[in-house]
Design a protein around this ligand. Sequence first.
Ligand SMILES: Cc1cc2nc3c(=O)[nH]c(=O)nc-3n(C[C@H](O)[C@H](O)[C@H](O)COP(=O)(O)OP(=O)(O)OC[C@H]3O[C@@H](n4cnc5c(N)ncnc54)[C@H](O)[C@@H]3O)c2cc1C
Length: 385
Amino acid sequence: MDVAIIGAGLAGLTAAYFLTQQGFNCELLEKSQALGGRMATRRHLDIVIDHGAQYFTVKTPAFGAFLREVGVVEAMCPLAAPVVGYPFANFATALAEATRETSDVGSEFPDRYIFRLGMTTLAKAIARQIGEQRIVRQCFVEAIIWDSATRHWTLQTRGDNTTLGGTRQADCVVLALPAPQAAQLLERSQPLPAAITALQTALKGILYHPCLTVIWEASGTGLYPGVGALRATTDTCAIGWLAWLNRLAPERVPPGIDINIAQLTPAASQALLDQPEGLVVQALATALSTDLHITLPTLRWLQIKQWRYANPATTFTDTSVLTAAAEFQLEACGDYFLGGRVEAAFLSGLAAAERLCRRWARSDGSVGPQRGDPGPGSQSQMPPG
Ligand SMILES: Cc1cc2nc3c(=O)[nH]c(=O)nc-3n(C[C@H](O)[C@H](O)[C@H](O)COP(=O)(O)OP(=O)(O)OC[C@H]3O[C@@H](n4cnc5c(N)ncnc54)[C@H](O)[C@@H]3O)c2cc1C
């Protein structure tokens, strides 16, 4: 049973991991060179920087067990330094009021966690387990074409560095992309069966907030020593999250360097999308001055990462369209099923793998259509599409 999984963020990697374990022949197609999607880590001047997700929770036993299984628990460290709410009238008072962020005290993983060497630690560990040969990087999937006669998908790809683009076949496709990108892919794939067009409409209805992340190293001493991050407590601030994660994991930077990471709020990010760097820096300086009464120091360097689809504003609840799409061997997963978090992406990838296993697992332990049976959703059982 050949499964093409589009998108190697945590949802897609998780689906690939569990499906491979169950005997499915998976291929992961990822448009970028790096794995992990919004769990993004980049290296700059020997400094490890998380451009996307900053930390993660482990609230479910399933995620805890998975982290242990793929061998990354040793690489985790708790977000132990205070996260201070702002704006504040008096920093010392705000610091005294800041509590260590914990979830579910008493569980094995009660804190918020980072990976010492960056968020991509998890993606790399999963990739090792499922096998690099199953992953095609720099492979943008343009369209998926359904053949109702053979009940197969053909994927049209661009920029595949192995086959220089072209087509690939699969029995089943898993869309593991942010909902707007999945909807755009289905738009490029028309005409499609009515059930898939209904899924496309539902995906189009899921809105995502953008997020501009600004990262810089300044000369002079760092801001707010001893603090891990500041978090805005009102939506009047333009910076939602201002962090110094290197203070939690000194392995990230050479000694004496403090890296500042500012995530702009959805409203501020929306206003600055596709704007020149100068305007973003100006907005950052204004926000620091207005909200924190800080002057932006002289910068050694600065980077801006623009996430057009950072966090889902709504979640996907219409399971009937998903069930109808499954008749055409199409599945979907991603953080938008459970709400904009790393753990949500994991859980949705796991759920998609479980749905596929339920549909296709044979009683003898192998996977695929039952012998003499063309499989669930075969033409005899299906509405015409
Ligand atoms: C700035 C920022 C801060 C965040 N902070 C936190 C946080 O602190 N804690 C937390 O829990 N969560 C946080 N999140 C959310 C978290 O990162 C996501 O919920 C999670 O990583 C989503 O995983 P995913 O697999 O669903 O999607 P993604 O990670 O987006 O993966 C989708 C993949 O699909 C690929 N792709 C897209 N189109 C195509 C195509 N046509 N062909 C092939 N590949 C394609 C993309 O390149 C990407 O790799 C943050 C997100 C952002 C952006």
